[in-house]
Ligand binder design. Structure first.
Ligand SMILES: Cc1cc2nc3c(=O)[nH]c(=O)nc-3n(C[C@H](O)[C@H](O)[C@H](O)COP(=O)(O)O)c2cc1C
Length: 219
């Protein structure tokens, strides 16, 4: 039996997936497992600035790279803050300025990352709140985290509204890249030097510690 009935599935306010197996038992209502099923997810630590110069920083794990040439990325924002116009600070700032920066999150920055996820008023600078040093981007007018393992400067290409309430995908083209020197080994960006943090379901995280290589059939 699906966790949601067919009527519920057709109700736009309740729309959710049919679930089968143990999670389908109405006597055993689950935590929504959706974001535990698509894991591990990289975390974009998105820095922006608003039109008045107020800096903003927040983590987004609905995030990925989407193209090589030109290099492009996306992240998705869900739900809204009461002091913004139907979205969160990051999307509002990007709408206003047309730029954003994605900073890579390392294991040692997990507490600062977590602090920056708070639903603070829009005039709160999460760099200051989380005790992070700021540097300026080179190709865009936007702050970045000074000592992140890497940062991607991005120009907005499009914001796509998705079904549901306040769901937006932000697409951007990468126009500048910063790589912290100590993350490079033999000319390669070596993730074992800093251990990127990734998002699992619920309140769980994982770090990348072991790396192996597979050649492809066509290599
Ligand atoms: C690890 C992590 C990942 C998150 N991923 C997302 C996400 O993909 N989309 C989203 O809307 N919120 C996500 N959040 C919640 C936002 O960080 C949170 O709503 C934050 O307050 C938004 O800040 P802003 O209003 O300054 O943009 C995540 C939080 C954490 C801790």
């Amino acid at each position: 039996m699906p966790f949601l009935t067919q009527d519920q599935l057709l109700d736009p306010d309740l729309r959710g997936p049919a679930m089968f197996g143990d999670q389908a038992d109405p006597a055993n209502p689950p935590h929504n497992p959706f974001n535990a099923l698509v894991t591990p997810r990289p975390i974009a630590w998105v820095s922006t600035v608003d039109g008045q110069g107020v800096r903003n920083l927040a983590p987004y794990s609905f995030f990925n790279a989407t193209a090589y040439v030109p290099p492009q990325v996306m992240f998705a924002s869900t739900s809204a803050k009461p002091d913004q116009d139907g979205t969160k600070d990051s999307v509002a700032n990007i709408r206003e300025t047309g730029v954003f920066c994605i900073n890579v999150v390392e294991q040692s920055a997990r507490d600062a990352m977590n602090i920056s996820s708070g639903a603070y008023d829009k005039d709160v600078d999460e760099f200051a709140r989380a005790g992070l040093s700021v540097a300026e981007c080179q190709t865009i007018t936007c702050p970045r985290i000074a000592d992140a393992p890497a940062s991607l400067e991005c120009k907005l290409t499009q914001i796509v509204q998705l079904p549901g309430e306040a769901n937006f995908v932000v697409h951007g083209e990468v126009t500048g890249v910063h790589i912290r020197p100590d993350t490079l080994r033999d000319g390669r960006f070596d993730v074992t030097t800093f251990q990127p943090l990734s998002r699992l379901g619920y309140r769980d995280y994982a770090v990348v510690e072991n790396v192996f290589t597979l050649t492809r059939p066509d290599d």
